[in-house]
Design a protein around this ligand. Structure first.
Ligand code: DGJ
Length: 741
């Protein structure tokens, strides 16, 4: 049983395979958090909380006269409220019609349900077979009638607890939700670092690791999307924690819009972390008897370092977030024409690239931006989702059929949330764009954003896309979104509901994605937002892979993919081999370096293959052959980061979960005179098994060299020395295989 509740119904122990999460409704009916960490028994840890009368930390009215040591300002709380004596960052802020903002929640019972809970209209972790358990803890404010249900879904075997809250107005007066975190986690003891992932367009998800000191540390987005700039995933790791050792906690927000993840270390040394919709642009009118559902947070804990925590997230995303046919099926090797042609193409040029790539073994051709309306540059036509037959020289259906006749699948790019001012759609419906009254909107890439809080807009988009998807033989869709959203004002929402727009936008987005993915279950959807501007667990519920970055430079990609791998599995990261010199950085790298890096993602090509030399075409054939031979390992293997990408080389590994095989990749950033040995320690092997260790790949290295035979324990503990790299960016691939298989 994952959920243990004491006989009096007040002490809650949530056990997973390796972790315990505990909280208690105390004798005053406040919900107090007592423990999260390695698995323990049901011992009541409330006794371990320190009780000291701390000046300027007041006491609840009925308690203070007798016990000045009891303060909501110093206790670890399960869901903190604003205005009633807890002066730290709060999970909940509610405004009443009177203007009053204080809110106080008291324990009001619980319920346990089989299976994981669902959240209407929002993505949520699920299990295929209905396993999992849900605990619902009820809290209420007896003055304003607000009822809060805290949901905890547990996947025992994976050390996962998913959390969210439902807020219901059971009073008579309207309430205004001003801040509604999905989860609050108070860690009463210990020193932690916060690991977060910051970036910019073309350089997403760089790792930042900083000490959580007294004060507030926060990351978030008000861009309407989760953003390139901060990813909605954080790790709190003990200051001494490394990849392999130490305690760490993760929070991954299953949401694709404005978010806020805040931490505060308080006067007692307690660390609080909150995760939820960003209150900055949020105010939700909650009428009597209405409910509001917060998005979900995936929480996990590992007592064995960051690597273990990453694997918990990789597994839950692959098995419990990604849905449908593509959950267990690898994306075919694709070619995308964007960096090959940009807008400068016609049907003939497309066919030529398709023809050449089909001969090399590429399986899917993706036609990117520029196939519709008058879209010959990025200033116009977004919203006019009608094929430009003049440019294509045929109908889109005919083009799709031609590509299919070459033995490939056909995929298509859309940017369904955008509208150009210079478009027929805008000329007909200027009010469909988000703009604020009396002001000129801010433009980005010369485009505006459709008001996804409007039903008519959603219906138009569904109608246009369904029309194309049902008449053209399409098996892949790239769903792009190329700007941050500001001017968040809807011409349909009343003034007192404008604060709902940012969240209603995301609900609209999820509505369209749900409809399309249900109506076209065979189509593989890839998410994209100017590369990786919306790389989050919410999007992965609909799009099993996301274009990781518009930066296709193999060397920069090492850092981008490394950062992304902390919270997301490699198989979700769209990654392509592009031209050299690279279009974003001007750097030249070999075809083998580019391919090795792209193999740590979905793998595809994005260059004009029709102008490649014969030996390059041959190499591509061999790359695809190599990929196919190792498909299973690269798709489902346990992924390990072996070095940080700041060292001389960046190394990573895919190890088969049965421990029979592994592939280690290493890219040397820069060679140096008198280079020191490159030495790494692969992981995930069986200590007593003898393995053959050999250099591998599709290119000639020291292939004829006899493989070394080493035990798993020698490989993992003593490590292996890599061959000396010959040039900057040189790749080495080591194949490790059980000698007896
Ligand atoms: C941004 C995407 O990230 C690119 O891959 C490409 O699809 C362009 N948009 C097209 O406009």
């Amino acid at each position: 049983m994952a959920i243990n509740i004491s006989e009096n119904g007040r002490l809650f122990n949530l056990h997973t395979k390796n972790t315990t999460y505990q909280f208690k409704a105390d004798k005053y009916d406040y919900l107090i958090h007592t423990y999260y960490g390695d698995l323990i028994d049901d011992t009541d840890l409330y006794t371990q909380l320190s009780a000291v009368d701390r000046g300027f930390s007041g006491n609840p009215y009925e308690i203070g006269k007798e016990d000045r040591k009891y303060s909501l300002d110093t206790l670890p709380l399960e869901y903190s409220c604003f205005g009633t004596g807890d002066f730290r960052i709060s999970a909940l802020k509610v405004r009443e019609n009177t203007g009053n903002q204080t809110v106080e929640l008291k324990y009001d019972g619980y319920e346990v349900k089989k299976g994981l809970y669902k959240i209407e209209g929002l993505p949520a972790v699920y299990t295929d077979d209905g396993t999992g358990e849900t605990l619902i803890v009820k809290l209420k404010d007896i003055v304003n009638g607000l009822s809060v249900s805290l949901f905890y879904g547990i996947i025992e075997e994976k050390d996962i607890i998913v959390r969210s809250a439902v807020l219901t107005n059971k009073g008579k007066e309207t309430l205004w939700l001003e801040k509604t975190a999905s989860a609050c986690l108070d860690l009463p003891f210990g020193d932690y670092d916060m690991l977060s992932f910051y970036g910019r367009h073309n350089m997403e998800r760089n790792l930042s690791r900083r000490k959580i000191d007294h004060g507030i540390t926060a990351i978030g987005s008000t861009r309407g999307t989760s953003s390139h700039h901060y990813n909605p995933f954080v790790i709190l790791a003990e200051s001494s924690a490394t990849e392999e050792f130490g305690r760490c906690f993760g929070l991954s927000f299953v949401y694709s819009g404005n978010f806020l993840m805040e931490t505060e270390k308080d006067q007692t040394g307690l660390t609080r972390v909150l995760c939820g919709i960003n209150p900055e642009e949020f105010s939700w009118k909650l009428n009597s008897e209405e409910s509001f559902y917060t998005p979900q947070v995936i929480m996990s804990y590992s007592g064995h370092g960051i690597s273990g925590l990453s694997d918990n997230y990789h597994r839950v995303i692959v098995e419990n977030i990604i849905r449908g046919k593509w959950k267990n099926k690898k994306c075919p090797v694709l070619i995308n024409n964007w960096e090959a042609t940009y807008f400068d193409f016609n049907g003939e040029k497309i066919e030529k690239i398709a023809e050449e790539s089909a001969q090399m073994g590429v399986e899917l051709f993706v036609l990117d931006d520029g196939w519709f309306g008058k879209r010959d540059n990025d200033n116009c036509a977004l919203g006019d989702w009608y094929p430009n037959e003049k440019k294509l020289g045929c109908t889109l259906k005919e083009l799709g059929e031609t590509i299919i006749s070459k033995g490939m699948h056909f995929g298509l790019w859309f940017e369904p949330e955008a509208i150009s001012e210079d478009s027929d759609l805008y000329r007909q419906h200027p009010d469909w764009a988000l703009t604020t009254p009396g002001r000129k909107p801010s433009v980005a890439r010369n485009q505006l954003v459709l008001d996804y809080s409007r039903k008519d807009v959603l219906e138009y988009i569904i109608d246009r896309m369904e029309d194309i998807l049902s008449t053209v033989p399409i098996s892949y869709v790239k769903w792009d979104m190329n700007r941050s959203i500001c001017d968040k004002y809807s011409s349909l929402l009343p003034a007192d509901r404008q604060g709902e727009l940012a969240h209603r936008y995301v609900l609209g987005l999820y509505y369209v994605l749900e409809k399309l993915t249900q109506d076209f279950p065979d189509v593989l959807f890839e998410g994209c937002s100017g590369g990786g501007g919306r790389f989050d667990a919410g999007m992965l519920y609909y799009t099993p892979q996301i274009w990781c970055s518009d930066n296709t430079d193999a060397i920069n990609r090492l850092r981008i993919q490394y950062g992304t791998s902390f919270g997301y599995p490699p198989r979700t990261m769209g990654s392509h081999v592009s031209a050299s010199p690279n279009h974003q950085t001007g750097r030249s790298t070999t075809l083998r370096t580019r391919a090795a890096v792209a193999m740590a993602g979905t793998f595809g090509y994005e260059l004009d293959v029709s102008i490649l030399k014969e030996e390059e075409k041959q190499e591509i054939k061999e790359q695809i052959k190599f990929l196919k031979e190792h498909n299973e390992l690269l798709f489902n293997g346990h992924y390990y980061r072996l070095t940080v990408p700041e060292d001389i080389c960046c190394a990573w590994e895919f190890a088969d979960r049965d421990k029979n095989e592994a592939l280690v990749f290493s890219v040397c950033y820069r060679v140096e005179g008198n280079l020191l040995p490159l030495h790494i320690k692969p992981k995930g092997l069986e200590p007593d098994i003898k393995y053959m260790v050999s250099e591998s790949g599709w290119y000639e290295t020291e292939k004829d060299k006899e493989p070394l035979v080493l035990s798993g324990s020698a490989i993992m503990n003593a490590g292996i020395t890599l061959p000396v790299p010959r040039e900057d960016g040189d790749v080495c691939i080591i194949h490790i295989k059980n000698k007896n298989i």
